[in-house]
Design a protein around this ligand. Sequence first.
Ligand SMILES: Cc1cc2nc3c(=O)[nH]c(=O)nc-3n(C[C@H](O)[C@H](O)[C@H](O)COP(=O)(O)OP(=O)(O)OC[C@H]3O[C@@H](n4cnc5c(N)ncnc54)[C@H](O)[C@@H]3O)c2cc1C
Length: 453
Amino acid sequence: MTNPKQQMAGQVALYPSAQAYEAGVVPIRFSGWPRPAPQAPYAALDADIEADVVVVGAGLAGTSLCLHLAERGVQAVLLEADQPGSGASGRNAGHVQPYLGSLDALRDLPNQGHAFIDYFVANRDLVFDLSTRLGLDADVARCGLVEAANREHGALAHKARVWQGLGYAVEVVGKEQLQQLLGTAAYGYGLHWREGGRLNPYLFTQGLAARAAALGARVYGNSCVLACAAEGGQWRLRTATGSVRAARVVLCTNGHAGNPFFPELARTQFPLLACGLATRPLPAAALALINPARVALMQYPAGLYPLVIDGRGRLITATIPGHGQAQDAQRYFDYFLRYLRRTFPALAGVPIELESYWTGMTANSSSVYDAAYPQFYQVDKGVLALLNLGSWGNLMGPLLGRHLAEVLVTGRLDRLLLPLREPRAVRCSGLFETKIRRVLIPAARLADRLGLV
Ligand SMILES: Cc1cc2nc3c(=O)[nH]c(=O)nc-3n(C[C@H](O)[C@H](O)[C@H](O)COP(=O)(O)OP(=O)(O)OC[C@H]3O[C@@H](n4cnc5c(N)ncnc54)[C@H](O)[C@@H]3O)c2cc1C
């Protein structure tokens, strides 16, 4: 088996520190998603320029916003501290989940959030549509998604009924169908969402940035915004080597932690570290044994080993690392291997090697996983933020980026489908991470090993 420290042959000296893993900021080349030959980087901003809208942060949210503004003729500038896709968007597990978490969490919105739900439902194929329309080379596949459980769960049956009622092609499936889809008899009950899928989130984000640039948006990499100050009724954003002046600023910085401007945004979320790993490509004979339908797989109730098989025949998963163990690639690879060998016994003897291991930070608006919806913030006059996309950014980022662009061109912020809130500090933000990393995940791993779920 490959020593993960050798995964970047010739770069061992540059192996990130334990602190970098713990902060979710290992260099993006350690993520399994960028191609080995790096794309030409976007140059840093090196002048004082003007724009209609400045977008800060080139993840799924910021690139989608910028693209959809550019498509509507708005002069947009996108400033990224690193390069597009270097944040959570280039580090995730690649699942495109076509449904929402708890709809109860939307009950307090006008009309119980139905305007938002309707928009989400109508645009649930957005990732696949964008990929086709823009000709993105991002390994995007509408391959379906399975939530697999050991036994029957009323909550899954209820969920299927709710989303079938909204027009979804989702079915409750039993052991036999699961065996056909997944190639294992390990699961007895589940949901098959035909409208879900997978993507390479790094290449997808890069693709959105490139299409925005092709339409005239000015995209800058290595351009960390250091300050954002009011100036003559507009805003001036400064980087180390230049500045942009604009009437409208939108912050798409995910958690916003570490940013000195508008520090109140840094306390609006519950951060949660996650780690991901990719195996080396498996031979066709091995792939025929695992997940022959190539669906994106999630386990229920605890999604300990989400799985996608990408276009290169690699297995990709993500989990939540224990405290102080985020750098321990071998530990999380071993967990995954044990799961694979237990779930797909025919794999015995097939060598499976680790190719990449990385970490990234999610920003969640609620300490209840399912109730964590993205947030729009009115930070100041002319300054908005779209933050806290939680664990659902692959569809939510492109979707809300597009929605925000539509609203900005009309100037009707009252038409936002999720509330526009003032930044408000959440209480005990660290407790969420402690609860998940120290208690819930270890307990779920134990229950899973003992076959108690
Ligand atoms: C391991 C892992 C697995 C996940 N799995 C999934 C999954 O399977 N499916 C799914 O839908 N979601 C998943 N997610 C969540 C998803 O990745 C996020 O919700 C999404 O990427 C957030 O997008 P974003 O644009 O808000 O943030 P980001 O992608 O983090 O982008 C924010 C950007 O802002 C930049 N920035 C910050 N400050 C500044 C500044 N001062 N100046 C300039 N730029 C700045 C950062 O460099 C960064 O590039 C996962 C996340 C992780 C970490």
